[in-house]
Ligand binder design. Structure first.
Ligand SMILES: Cc1ncc(COP(=O)(O)O)c(C=O)c1O
Length: 308
């Protein structure tokens, strides 16, 4: 993969998938149109499930091990069994990326509490439903890197936002409201205090210092957030983990979002207000560059052979 330049990747990314996508469902790789689940699946009936999304760069998974640690935590928090090891998941995820020819994109996986008659309490002795798929997406050459607009909405979610649950109706409504307002992302708030983006972590830069909300049950522990904190430390950029208000975001020098499939993206407008100059700021740009450099380094490093 060393030979691929950024422009080559764009061409690969934009070329249509020529054959039907291969997905993975309950232990088998199957064509997309045969990947079917029951109407009695609790994921369908109750949104009773957990999911993860990991990036693919240079045809290889990025930080998928960290996503699987979070999967284990989310499943444990809602009492769904982790019936296959992280190593087995990693192999499935990488196989999906490879077999579907994904150079840049993502792998999505979901585990539900399984199929049972519709009763709210947990069914006994029901195996979880597990599935995964991959799709292409421009990550290192994301056209949104020029800066995106965000739209402010109230946070209507439940009190365990640290669990990556498939019950996402509040985020569906938030992101639809953002789209209707011509924005890329929703910024959700609780009584004027920013919680997070519809599907991202929100950051501001104030007097050169990065500010993002501390981990708690109020937000998802973003994997990209964690890596960005490490990159900020390496760049010797001061960071404060504290809650901040919408007004602080509007008055910030810079604002940006992080997520596995957006990496680091500048938010240059919140509703009708420009943030800073209305252009991506230097701190955001440096972090995005560092994120991409790290992603390329990790996904082009030789794979260590495991001796038997
Ligand atoms: C609500 C929410 N917060 C934050 C994130 C970012 O998490 P990550 O960096 O692990 O993708 C996501 C990702 O989907 C999300 O849905």
């Amino acid at each position: 993969m060393h030979g691929l330049g950024r422009d080559d990747r764009v061409i690969l990314l934009t070329s249509p998938m020529t054959s039907m996508r291969i997905c993975w469902l309950n232990g088998e790789f199957v064509a997309e149109d045969s990947a079917k689940i029951s109407i009695f699946d609790r994921g369908v009936l109750f949104g009773d499930g957990i999911y993860e999304v990991a990036a693919v760069v240079n045809g290889r998974l990025l930080d998928a091990d960290l996503h699987l640690v979070r999967l284990t935590r989310s499943l444990a928090a809602v009492g769904i069994a982790m019936v296959q090891s992280a190593a087995a998941w990693l192999e499935i995820m990488q196989t999906l990326a490879t077999r579907n020819g994904i150079v840049e994109g993502l792998v999505y996986l979901q585990v539900t509490r399984g199929v049972a008659e519709r009763e709210f309490p947990f069914p006994a002795n029901v195996p979880p439903t597990m599935f995964a798929y991959a799709r292409p997406k421009a990550l290192t050459n994301d056209p949104n890197a020029v800066g995106v607009r965000a739209h402010v909405v109230p946070d209507l979610r439940w009190a365990r936002r640290d669990i990556k649950s498939t019950s996402l109706l509040a985020q569906v409504l938030a992101k639809q409201a953002a789209r209707a307002a011509g924005a890329f992302e929703a910024i959700m708030h609780d009584e004027g205090i920013v919680t997070e983006g519809g599907s991202s972590t929100i950051w501001i830069v104030q007097h050169g210092t990065l500010v993002t909300r501390p981990l708690s049950n109020d937000i998802l522990a973003g994997i990209t957030r964690d890596v960005t904190l490490q990159l900020a430390a390496a760049l010797k950029r001061p960071v404060v983990e504290r809650a901040f208000t919408l007004d602080e975001a509007l008055d910030a020098e810079e604002c940006f979002l992080t997520s596995a499939t957006s990496l680091v993206l500048p938010i240059t407008q919140i509703d009708d207000r420009n943030i800073g100059s209305g252009q991506p700021g230097p701190v955001t740009a440096a972090l995005r560059d560092a994120y991409i450099a790290r992603a390329i380094e990790l996904t082009t490093a030789p794979v260590l052979a495991v001796s038997a």
